[in-house]
Design a protein around this ligand. Structure first.
Ligand code: ADP
Ligand code: MG
Length: 590
């Protein structure tokens, strides 16, 4: 084949492959155009996962009548010219490729009117074939309708997932953009159902309320940016009482643009160390402002990955700002006081005690002789009494309503009733949480309860296990495991944490379980955390054991006392809540 220049339509379709990977990319491009046109309201309608219809309507500056067809030409843009600095984040992704790319793989109808124009214009283009523009009555702003997406590129269609899957991605894209731009009112309707609506009043908390609910929003903690610096991080981060099972709830905006940056997201996660259990992640929306010359815009047409010249600086800034906000926050939640329990000081008096929660900071680590053997046979009342006096009690916590135990199901779940519906509680996970908080507190207070063994046990270990154990003998001792090297690959186990002994479980099994977990990297987090979680896990009642009502009641009372009663130390839920509303709906009462 002789060398030849590709036709415009073929070139557009090739470019479309890069820019428009799936329906969500179309939505993102169209909404970003609306944002660039200074819209304050953007309404998005999606049908059939975006393959049937995507419509984005804005109230922005509109497109001049005589330019509307030009907007669909390749490399046609009103946003940059010969004099523009192409490294500037403001010109990110402005290559004039989105509209022609979309139009080459779909039917597009554009209707637009500028504020002072008396009439608008309508322009239609089907798989790259344009009709002449015509005058049309229209409200101020632009409406872009995209139908039959990818119908002329069957290969692309094959790579799209189910309509539900694509709708979910679209929902995620709009959620991110709405968080990045709280001053813009967004609405998203999917298959006739309203899925999101934000007020556009500039308050990110309102966007979070629309996305994740009022409770989550009101517990979000504001970041305090340093206004004197050219580098600033502002926004909202979740309180430790609210967390998620994956890291998708971290949103980053740099100089007003929604971006992704793994390292910065990780900096936010790390700031929660010691505040969240293993494998729990925060909800965060962080607005970073930085001088344009410090930002390296890696202009991938579809993904907004951004790099910073001084990444360490931004990393540190974000981490410190988040950490400071967590340390500053006032403890707002209180467990409803139980009869006989004294109400403590007002929330304001309790402020500043949150530092207690940072049990795992290097400096707070106890030494080997920190472990003190206290009397055995603790019952839960004595334990609670102790907690009550300790400052530990004043830390930030999640609130559980008072629950009334009804019974047990499948020897595994406790059924309870609360003021707002039914609760199914996983007895093992719940007990694990209770014991984890107890053993963690004892560890931090250098007050592990220890049960000496009548007969010391010899445990043979593999060489890596042996090394690991010897290296952490101090922590183990502080938690109640008294070990002693016995030859070069065995240890003598002289004492175990009392809760293990009380549960009748073997100290040897718990130790080996811990070492296996560490070796296989199954457990994440710091050594001390893993160790404490393993002790709790091995000591907790198992699933499949019959629990008497009294026993269940005691467990629920202890769970109510916990800082984080809704998750086990590994981040799995301890309970499922069937709200009164859900029950009413399920039974068709509402
Ligand atoms: P780019 O955004 O890179 O400039 P596009 O192909 O996305 O390229 O859009 C081409 C041009 O069409 C834009 O530069 C802008 O002038 C105009 N345009 C597109 N969408 C809108 C809109 N919603 N409101 C106003 N102008 C728009
Ligand atoms: Mg664009």
């Amino acid at each position: 084949m002789p060398i030849h220049v590709l036709s415009n339509s073929l070139a557009s379709r090739i470019a479309a492959g890069e820019v428009i990977e799936r329906p969500a990319s179309v939505v993102k491009e169209l909404v970003e155009n609306s944002l660039d046109a200074a819209a304050t309201r953007i309404d998005i309608t999606v049908e059939g996962g975006g393959l049937r219809l995507i419509r984005v309507v804005d109230n922005g500056s509109g497109i001049p009548r005589d330019e509307i067809s030009l907007a669909f030409e390749r490399f046609a843009t009103s946003k940059i010219d010969e004099d523009s600095d192409l490294d500037d984040i403001k010109s990110m992704g402005f290559r004039g490729e989105a509209l022609p790319s979309i139009a080459s793989v779909a039917h597009v109808e554009a209707v637009s009117r500028q504020p002072d124009a008396e009439a608008g214009a309508k322009f239609e283009i089907r798989f790259g074939e344009a009709q002449p523009a015509s005058p049309a009555g229209a409200p101020v702003g632009t409406s872009m309708s995209v139908e039959h997406l990818f119908r002329n590129v069957p290969a692309r269609l094959k790579f799209t997932s189910s309509p539900t899957g694509e709708s979910t991605r679209i929902h995620e894209v709009i959620s991110g953009l709405a968080l990045a731009r709280p001053e813009v009112a967004f609405s998203l309707t999917i298959d006739g159902k309203s899925r999101l609506s934000t007020p556009g009043n500039g308050d990110p908390r309102e966007v979070i309320a629309a996305l994740y609910g009022r409770d989550v929003a009101s517990a979000m903690i504001p970041l305090a940016p340093d206004d004197s610096s050219p580098f600033r991080a502002s926004g909202l981060v979740s309180s430790p009482s609210t967390s998620r099972g994956n890291r998708r709830y971290i949103t980053l905006a740099v100089n007003g643009r929604l971006v992704q940056n793994r390292r910065i997201s990780f900096a936010i996660e790390q700031a929660y160390h010691g505040y969240l259990p293993e494998r729990r992640f925060p909800i965060a929306v962080v607005y970073i402002e930085a001088p344009f010359e410090d930002i390296d815009v890696n202009v991938h047409p579809a993904k907004a990955e951004v790099r910073f010249l001084r990444e360490q600086l931004i990393f540190g800034l974000v981490q410190q700002t988040v950490r400071a906000a967590l340390a500053e926050m006032a403890p707002v939640h209180r467990v409803a006081p139980h009869p006989g329990q004294n109400q403590q000081g007002s929330p304001n008096e309790q402020a500043g005690t949150v530092g207690e929660r940072r049990l795992f900071e290097e400096a707070a680590w106890p030494t080997a002789n920190g472990a003190t053997a206290t009397a055995n046979g603790t019952d839960s009342t004595a334990q609670n009494g102790e907690n009550e006096a300790a400052p530990h009690q004043n830390t930030y916590r999640d609130v559980l309503p008072v629950l009334r135990v009804i019974g047990q199901s499948q020897d595994t779940y406790i059924i309870a009733e609360g003021p707002d519906g039914l609760y199914l509680i996983d007895q093992h996970a719940a007990h694990e949480r209770v014991l984890y908080e107890r053993v963690t507190k004892q560890f931090a207070d250098h007050a592990a309860e220890v049960q000496p063994l009548l007969e010391p046990e010899t445990i043979e270990l593999s060489p890596p296990h042996f090394t690991e154990l010897v290296a952490h003998a101090d922590d183990l001792a502080a938690a109640g495991f008294t070990t002693e090297p016995f030859g070069d690959r065995a240890v003598l186990l002289r004492a175990v944490p009392s809760m293990l002994a009380t549960s009748g479980r073997s100290g040897r099994e718990a130790l080996i379980g811990l070492l296996d977990g560490v070796a296989e990297g199954r457990q994440t987090g710091w050594w001390a955390e893993r160790m404490l979680a393993t002790i709790a896990c091995h000591s907790a009642i198992r699933a499949g054991r019959t629990v008497k009502t009294d026993e269940a009641r005691a467990l629920i009372r202890q769970l109510e006392e916990c800082e984080q009663p809704r998750t086990c130390p590994h981040g799995r839920p301890t309970m499922v809540h069937l709200t009164t509303g859900t029950l009413e709906r399920e039974f068709g009462r509402r």
